[in-house]
Design a binder for this molecule. Sequence first.
Ligand code: PAF
Length: 275
Amino acid sequence: MRIHDTIAGVRAALKTAGRIVFVPTMGNLHEGHIALMRQARQHGDCVVASIFVNRLQFRPGEDFEKYPRTLDADCKKLVAADVDYLFAPDETELYPEPQRYVVEPPVEHATILEGEFRPGHFCGVATVVMKLFGIIQPQAALFGKKDYQQFMVLSAMVREFALPIDIIPGETVRAADGLALSSRNGYLSAAERAEAPRLQQILSRMVAAVRAGQRDFPALEATAQTELEVHGWAPDYVAVRRRLDLQFPAADDTEFVVLAAARLGTTRLIDNLEI
Ligand code: PAF
């Protein structure tokens, strides 16, 4: 695997790379990322990963400073996953001057769910991904469905800007007890880690209820929130939405997703299940 930390270097290296499939990450790689790398191989000639902890998508007081930076271990995993190139710039390379030009997703995408609790987050994500797309110039890019709203926002961005990039979803990878893999799981204490699978269990019960015909979504959401609170969680939201654009389901919608974000101690976990 070739590693580049400059824009000029990675651009030069990729000039003759054929069909480039790109997997942007913030590092601290786990099996979910590695599954994306392996999936990427099926979609092109050259698999490019990036590692960059993007300050723009963190709010003041969030975990930007403590976000784990584990480049050496990540490189070993990427080599084992047969990744061809890693782009790992530092902040001065990607943001040599304040990033005044940004991608501002529409409010109906960016201020709901995650965006309600992390204002500005999707502007930060869309801006860095647009910039990375400009640098790597991939023909395809993969994003995990664990960040369901991120996938929706980036798919819409690529569609509305007519970027010639196929956006490919990756399935969420889970631990044996159902907890969705996330770099933030490492923040959990042993007791919190034992409690954490409850989020997925509650979502699974909501899925079963909707499949059984339950359409009183506010009641389902309220029950789920209460159950989380009873077990010591602080939920931000539990929501049944339509898959297409994460808006409230209309009477004739048939494809749903149930999404949740909740804090366990100081760790904020998110998860979702499609219905
Ligand atoms: O999902 C992530 O890890 C980040 O949001 C991304 C897409 C790499 C942008 O910083």
